[in-house]
Design a protein around this ligand. Structure first.
Ligand code: PDD
Length: 287
């Protein structure tokens, strides 16, 4: 069955939604995006994703689309018409189409941003086997640009990272810069030592994960300690537990890095407990 998608104010069957070949999202990756998960037909952490979208737009001087204040309603309508129980809503805003190729930004008075949203149905998103079994990862060099705090659609290097992981027979890769882990290809990275969660501090080096913010808050409420600092792959391999967070993975235990097992080689109790708390609390607050 064809999905209904949203494009610039219209709800359309997916094969009727067309964007210009001159759109700067297509030609220059001049676009930002958000991914919001849906559980039980409701949106998780929607307000956080909308706030980060606004920040990404501001950082790149892309004008706020007219539809900005209607985004919750548009998300809900797509979830409703597509009958999504569990899955994701993908949102992308580009600087629009000036009708030709030019490095210089077009005049925002005449060229409006392009706004696209679509849903992805993923039944059982919160009960995937990886969450029970944990994931294996490799480490790779972080070769992305220097403004990773802006959620742009420049995802070529993260895609290459996923392919390197696939070739190595594992699930994902953690990226390393100057000897310290930045983040996963599409998630934030953490280790646990004793009762302390260690994760890289927020800066332009990593995406400020919406799931990260919620999980650190819940961890504090659960009397865990938090150290926001750099850590190396060696420290991660020697840690008691490791995990990643994102809107699609929630809290996902990591059991092996570069072929070395973490702890007992099975998902750690604290990571699993954090996943439980995150899902429980986020579902309560879902809209
Ligand atoms: N990725 N770091 C990177 C590089 C990411 O791409 C993501 C999210 C995160 C986690 O952010 P959040 O908790 O707000 O989802 C961290 C999304 C899920 C994606 O690209 O599909």
């Amino acid at each position: 069955m064809s999905r209904t998608v949203y494009l610039n104010g219209e709800y359309l069957p997916e094969d009727e939604a067309k964007v210009s070949i001159f759109d700067r999202g297509f030609l220059m990756a001049d676009a930002v995006y958000e991914v919001t998960s849906v559980l039980g037909g409701k949106l998780i952490d929607f307000a956080g994703h909308q706030q980060r979208l606004e920040r990404s737009l501001n950082e790149l001087d892309i004008q706020k689309p007219d539809a900005f204040d209607d985004l919750l309603e548009i998300h809900r309508e797509l979830v409703r018409v597509n009958g999504i129980e569990d899955g994701l809503v993908y949102l992308q805003v580009t600087r629009g189409s000036p009708g030709d190729r030019d490095f210089v930004f077009p005049d925002p008075a005449t060229v409006k941003p392009t706004v696209v949203l679509f849903t992805q149905s993923m039944p059982g998103l919160a009960t995937r086997p990886e969450a029970r079994d944990g994931i294996k990862i490799i480490s790779i060099e972080d070769q992305r640009w220097a403004r990773r705090d802006i959620k742009t659609v420049q995802l070529l290097y993260p895609s290459m990272g996923k392919m390197m992981a696939k070739k190595a027979g594992v699930h994902d890769a953690w990226m390393v810069q100057d000897g310290a882990v930045t983040e996963g290809t599409s998630n934030n990275a953490y280790i646990i030592r004793g009762n302390t969660i260690i994760t890289r501090a927020l800066s332009q080096d990593i995406l400020h994960g919406i799931t990260r913010a919620a999980v650190l808050r819940f961890a504090q409420e659960a009397q865990m300690l938090i150290e926001e600092r750099d850590f190396t792959i060696e420290e991660a391999i020697g840690a008691d537990e490791a995990f990643v967070t994102s809107a699609s993975a929630f809290v996902m235990p990591v059991i092996e890095i570069d072929g070395s097992v973490i702890g007992d080689g099975v998902p750690g109790g604290r990571a699993l407990r954090l996943r439980e708390i995150y899902l429980e609390e986020s579902l309560k607050a879902a809209v």
